[in-house]
Ligand binder design. Structure first.
Ligand code: G3I
Length: 331
C-alpha cells in the first residue's frame, strides 16, 4: 500500500526525485551516446565539497582545471614548476575514468611577474620551455591542450592581440604548437578563443585564416576551442552552427570549451539547447565543456550562467541540454 502511495505522490511530482536517483542518463552518458563528451571546469579547492564532487563525478566525463594549469600557477618563478593543485584535479579525473583538457599553456593574461622582465629571444625561449616542461609533465594524461588562448584582438581589425608573446614575432603561435606536439605527440592541440562564435566577425575570420594556413603548412593543430560565453548582450548567434562547420571544414575538431549562458528559466534553457543542437549537428564538434558546475562557482556568478543552481540542483537549462543530447542521439 505504502509503495503505491509513494508511487502516486512521485507521479504527481509531490515527492521530488533527486537527480542522482533518477533513471535518466547523466549529461556525460547522453553525450557519449552521440560520440561526444560533456565536461566542466573544475577548481581543486572545491573537490572536498561533497555536493560539488558528487555532481562532477555523476554528470561529467571531461574536466578542465579552471586556473590551476595557467602560467602563474605552474611556473610562478622562472625554472620552478608547481603542479600540486593541477595534479589533484588530474588525479581525481583519471582515477574516475574521466579525461582532462589542459588549460592553458600560453595566454597574455595570468602571467607570473618574472615573464614581464623578458623580451625577444629570451622570452621566446622561456615561452617554449614552459610549453615543453608542462606538456611533458602531463604526457599521456592530458587529452587536449589549449596551447594558445585568446591571441586575436577583439573588434573589426582581425589582427593579433598585442602581447609580450606576439612581440617576439608573428610565428610564436606555430612555434608553441610545434613544441607541444614534440612534448606529447598523443595530445590533441587546440587554439582557444572567445568571440569566435559568429562567422561574420573579423576575429572569427582571422582565426579561420590562421587555422587554414597552419593546416596548409603542416603546423600541428588538431582543434579549435570555441569558448562560447553567452549573455543577454551576446546571445547565441543565428549562424553558430555554420561557424562550427566552417572550423570543422578546415580539418580540425571543434570543442566548445567554456560554455555558459547568462540568464534564467526558459530563455536560458533555450540558449543552452541551441548550443547543444549546433554541436550535435556538426560531426567534428567532439564535446562541450561548461565553465563551472553551480552558478555560485562561476566567474560571473551574478549572471547565474550554469546548469546547476547554488544548491546544486539542476535548472531548466540542465533538462534542456539533456533532452537535446537525447534527441540528437535518436537523430
Ligand atoms: O586564488 C586566489 C586567492 O588566493 C585570492 O585570495 C583571490 C583574490 O585575489 O584571487 C584568487 O585567484 C583568482 C582565481 O580566479 C581563482 O579564484 C584570481 O584573482 C582571478 O583572476 C581568477 O579568475 C579566473 C580568470 O579566468 C582569470 O584567470 C576565473 O576564475 C576563470 O573562470 C577565468 O576563466 C577564463 C579562462 O581561463 C579563459 N577564457 C575566459 C575565462 C573567463 O574569464
Amino acid at each position: 500500500m505504502r509503495a503505491l502511495l509513494l508511487a502516486a505522490l512521485v507521479a504527481a511530482s509531490l515527492v521530488p526525485v533527486p537527480a542522482a536517483a533518477s533513471a535518466s542518463p547523466s549529461l556525460a552518458e547522453a553525450a557519449q551516446r552521440t560520440g561526444r563528451y560533456f565536461g566542466t571546469a573544475v577548481t581543486a579547492g572545491k573537490l572536498a565539497d561533497p555536493v560539488y564532487a558528487g555532481i562532477l563525478d555523476r554528470e561529467f566525463d571531461v574536466v578542465t582545471p579552471e586556473n590551476e594549469m595557467k602560467l602563474d600557477a605552474t611556473q610562478p618563478q622562472q625554472g620552478r614548476f608547481v603542479f600540486t593543485a593541477a595534479d589533484r584535479i588530474v588525479d581525481h579525473a583519471l582515477q574516475r575514468g574521466k579525461r582532462v583538457r589542459g588549460h592553458t599553456l600560453l595566454w597574455h593574461s595570468g602571467q607570473p611577474g618574472w615573464l614581464n622582465n623578458l623580451g625577444g629571444t629570451a622570452l621566446r625561449a622561456a615561452m617554449l620551455d614552459h610549453v615543453t616542461q608542462v606538456v611533458a609533465h602531463y604526457r599521456g594524461r592530458v587529452h587536449s591542450w589549449d596551447v594558445v588562448n585568446e591571441a586575436f584582438a577583439d573588434g573589426t581589425t582581425g589582427r593579433r592581440r598585442d602581447s609580450n608573446f606576439q612581440r617576439t614575432g608573428d610565428d610564436w603561435i606555430e612555434a608553441a604548437f610545434r613544441a607541444a606536439r614534440a612534448a606529447d605527440p598523443g595530445a590533441t592541440l587546440c587554439y582557444n578563443d572567445y568571440n569566435v562564435e559568429n562567422r561574420a566577425h573579423a576575429k572569427t575570420q582571422a582565426v579561420l585564416r590562421m587555422v587554414r594556413d597552419f593546416r596548409a603548412r603542416g603546423v600541428p593543430i588538431d582543434c579549435v576551442g570555441v569558448q562560447s560565453h553567452f549573455a543577454g548582450g551576446n546571445p547565441v548567434p543565428a549562424d553558430f552552427e555554420a561557424t562550427l562547420r566552417d572550423f570543422a571544414a578546415l580539418g580540425v575538431d571543434v570543442q566548445l570549451t567554456e560554455l555558459d549562458v547568462e540568464g534564467a528559466g526558459a530563455t536560458q534553457a533555450q540558449g543552452f539547447r541551441r548550443v547543444a543542437q549546433a554541436c550535435l549537428a556538426v560531426p567534428r564538434c567532439t564535446g562541450i565543456t561548461v565553465w563551472g558546475i553551480r552558478d555560485t562557482d562561476s566567474w560571473r556568478a551574478s549572471g547565474t550562467p550554469l546548469l546547476f543552481d547554488g544548491a546544486g540542483d539542476p535548472k531548466p537549462a540542465y533538462h534542456a541540454v539533456l533532452h537535446a543530447l537525447h534527441c540528437g542521439r535518436t537523430g
